[in-house]
Design a protein around this ligand. Structure first.
Ligand code: ADP
Ligand code: MN
Ligand code: MN
Ligand code: MN
Length: 353
């Protein structure tokens, strides 16, 4: 009889009724937190799960003397780390009196999505990120001294000497699919050590919930390799692309015949009038990314165009040719809050709020 190894213990089969639920939420700094609890049976809906609490004074969300924050389960996903029947639970955050706390952006998003449910808003967010090596403070693949070969070969690239972090990006792709997250694809990005994944098309609240949970999975997988994930709009100074989170958007009328002229163009005009409000809500530090260079439009002005990657909002040729489809808002930064971005798009384009 040998002693069990750590991997043996991690793979232990539990009695079938035991279910571990990892509760996930966003903290006061726009980062993710989680903690786990044992349940006596697997739930079939978020409403079957108990509320839980945590110490908000440790997460930038409550003063020390009244620090209890209550977690409300909102969406449940199969857990790719622990395997079936264990689950990941996306939660939002409330006071003990049941009021959403100030950093609970999901609550407002839910209010707005409920109003436009009949329009079936679809979203597809393209999350760009860098994998960072904490030992050097630089992206993976950057030498300790000096700079790597300039941008050019990395975007959708293949090469042993140039591509870094593919195992993390690909493990993440599969983990998302296992969890039932609507991930539509991944690609290597323009800078070395930079990758992208896309979540969508997802309907209404699904987009924010799934993008946050996909970020959680990515950070947990990077943790297995001792790497950090960086979503900042301009993490590496110099002639390197920053990270965006392009938001593709459509409603049922936009997806129907004639939707381009009748619904997409008017939506773009409305977005033009609210440029400043959107920029303010699209992520911190975005002015370093939206310079008018590196496939971006200047932060100062709004312009939309067909097939134009230097525009604030882009309509694909396919949509113009068919006369219906969707458009892409290229402004959101990699570190944006998807609950806020999806809410703002709906408010401006569909509600005139
Ligand atoms: P890009 O060409 O800008 O790199 P991607 O292929 O990376 O675009 O991402 C486009 C995203 O838009 C995908 O997640 C896709 O599922 C989503 N999408 C496709 N059709 C629609 C639509 N009608 N409405 C909203 N999102 C859509
Ligand atoms: Mn893309
Ligand atoms: Mn991209
Ligand atoms: Mn894009």
């Amino acid at each position: 009889m040998t002693t069990a190894t750590l991997s043996d213990l991690l793979a232990l089969k539990l009695p079938s009724e035991e279910c571990i639920a990892e509760y996930v939420w966003t903290d006061g700094f726009g980062k993710l937190r989680s903690k786990a609890r044992a349940l006596s049976s697997a739930p079939s809906a978020p409403s079957d799960l108990p509320h839980w609490n945590y110490d908000g004074s440790s997460t930038g969300q409550a003063p020390g003397e009244n620090s209890e924050v209550i977690l409300h389960p909102q969406a449940v996903y199969p857990d790719p780390f622990r395997g079936a029947p264990h689950i990941l639970v996306m939660c939002d955050t409330y006071t003990p009196d049941g009021e959403p706390i100030p950093t609970n952006s999901r609550f407002e998003c839910q209010r707005v999505m409920t109003k436009v449910a009949a329009l079936e808003p679809w979203f597809g967010l393209e999350q760009e990120y860098f994998l960072m090596d904490p030992a050097t403070g630089k992206p993976v693949g950057f030498p300790t001294k000096g700079e790597p070969e300039p941008q050019g070969p990395y975007y959708c690239g293949v090469s042993g000497g140039k591509m870094h972090g593919r195992d993390v990006a690909d493990a993440h792709f599969k983990a998302c699919l296992y969890a039932g997250i609507k991930i539509s694809g991944i690609n290597a990005e323009v800078a070395p050590g930079q990758w992208e994944f896309q979540i969508g098309p997802a309907v209404g609240m699904e987009e924010g919930d799934m993008l946050w949970m996909a970020r959680y999975l990515l950070e947990r997988i990077a943790e297995l390799k001792g790497l950090d994930v960086n979503y900042d709009p301009k993490p590496v100074k110099g002639d390197w692309n920053g990270s965006g989170c392009h938001a593709n958007f459509s409603t049922t009328p936009m997806r129907e015949a004639g939707g381009y002229e009748a619904h997409i163009v008017p939506a773009l005009e409305k977005l033009s009038a609210k440029h400043r409000e959107h920029i303010a809500a699209y992520g911190a530090g975005n002015e370093e990314r939206l310079t008018g260079h590196h496939e971006t439009a200047s932060i100062e002005t709004f312009k939309w165009g067909v097939a134009d990657r230097g525009a604030s909002c882009r309509v694909g040729t396919d949509t113009v040719e068919k006369g219906y489809g969707y458009f892409e808002d290229r402004r959101p930064a990699g570190n944006c809050d998807p609950y806020i971005v999806t809410k703002m798009l709906v408010q401006t384009c569909c509600l005139d709020e």
